[in-house]
Design a protein around this ligand. Structure first.
Ligand code: G6D
Length: 344
């Protein structure tokens, strides 16, 4: 029967001791999650570590690029750190070249969430809750958020997001796990398929122009399996500007239902990661930092293109882009999205 083992993970300044929850399925594979930032710290399948993280809270407090983190209220960027809703303008806290990125300087990844656990014959489940006050980082409405991680006997990590607000607001939650299902120092040799005929071009600050473009004939074409590294240094302004991939793909057949959107494969080991979501988009980010800008587990320097993030979400700056699906959440409505990462 799948089990959950809870251990102390470290003291969060001003927020007390936080815990780590180890969810182990009947195959002996384990996902570890901490209620600090509702973030994934480790996924070990068949003896291999699949994600970037730390084994104690200290690393997460020292500053890192959102390893495994639950991101909110709004994943990705909002231009000018402002948006309008119901003819009212809201000024957000900016933290990225005058824009807001990932919910601002103190987003959901910086808080301790309350946790409850469930063990059944088929899965282990961790439900995390956070209440974001009205005006938090500039967003209207008190937002009550539940993130439920479920780890089952088919090695599927299902993430269910739910939120309700006391005022009309915007919400765009995601998970920022960095995956490397291989054993190499980069993801260049991993193969990726993304079920997206279009992507969202952005400027050098990561702000979209308001349209999607076809991927065909560009480095962003992953409609057939392609090594992540094949075009990662292509002579394309967005690739060169970002030093890799850092764009949102418009996933095909968006209708709010759960559908497959990507498969990441390691030809050397045969490992695969099958991804599905209810969301319209996925940000593919290939850890484009300079080697050593950050560290990871065991004090190892984080090297360029070490891992790949597949952050399901609404499109960047969607509150300000009339052509993009709205991230609006009205009073009385419940925000519900799901993303599943299944390992083979
Ligand atoms: C950079 O532009 C990228 C983001 O997409 C990423 O989420 C962050 O680093 C960690 O700002």
């Amino acid at each position: 029967m799948p089990t959950i083992i809870t251990t102390d993970f470290g003291e969060a300044p001003g927020q007390g001791m936080v815990q780590q929850y180890a969810l182990t399925n009947d195959l002996g594979n384990t996902v570890k999650i901490t209620n600090y930032g509702a973030l994934v710290t480790s996924i070990v399948c068949y003896g291999g570590e699949m994600v970037i993280g730390f084994d104690s809270l200290a690393g997460y407090l020292e500053g890192n690029p959102y390893y495994g983190a639950t991101i909110g209220r709004y994943g990705n960027r909002i231009a000018g750190a402002q948006f309008s809703l119901n003819e009212e303008q809201f000024d957000l806290v900016a933290n990225d070249n005058g824009n807001q990125l990932h919910g601002g300087p103190k987003g959901f990844d910086k808080y301790v969430w309350t946790a409850s656990t469930e063990e059944t014959s088929h899965y282990a489940s961790l439900r995390l809750t956070h209440v974001s006050p009205d005006g938090d980082m500039g967003f209207p409405g008190e937002l009550t958020v539940h993130v439920t991680y479920t780890w089952d006997n088919e090695n599927a990590l299902r993430i269910n997001y739910e939120a309700t607000s006391t005022k009309d607001t915007i919400v765009n939650l995601t998970n920022h796990t960095y995956f490397n299902i291989g054993t190499a120092d980069t993801v260049h040799g991993l193969e990726l398929v993304v079920s997206a005929d279009r992507y969202v071009p952005v400027n050098e600050a990561g702000i979209p122009f308001g349209e999607t473009e076809p991927v065909v004939g560009t480095p962003f074409d992953f409609t057939s399996a392609k090594p992540v590294g094949q075009d990662i240094d292509a002579d394309h302004p967005q690739i060169q500007s970002a030093n890799g991939y850092d764009n949102t793909w418009a996933i095909n057949d968006y209708d709010g239902s759960l559908r497959p959107f990507a498969v990441l494969s390691d030809p050397a080991s045969g490992r695969k990661l099958f991804c599905s979501t209810t969301e319209p988009g996925v940000q593919v980010f290939t850890t484009n930092f300079g080697s050593g800008d950050y560290t990871e587990r065991g004090g190892r320097p984080l090297t360029t293109h070490r891992a790949i993030c597949l952050e399901t979400q609404h499109f960047p700056d969607s509150p300000n882009q009339e052509n993009f699906t709205t991230p609006r959440l009205k009073v009385g409505e419940t925000y519900r999205t799901t993303t599943v990462y299944r390992f083979e």
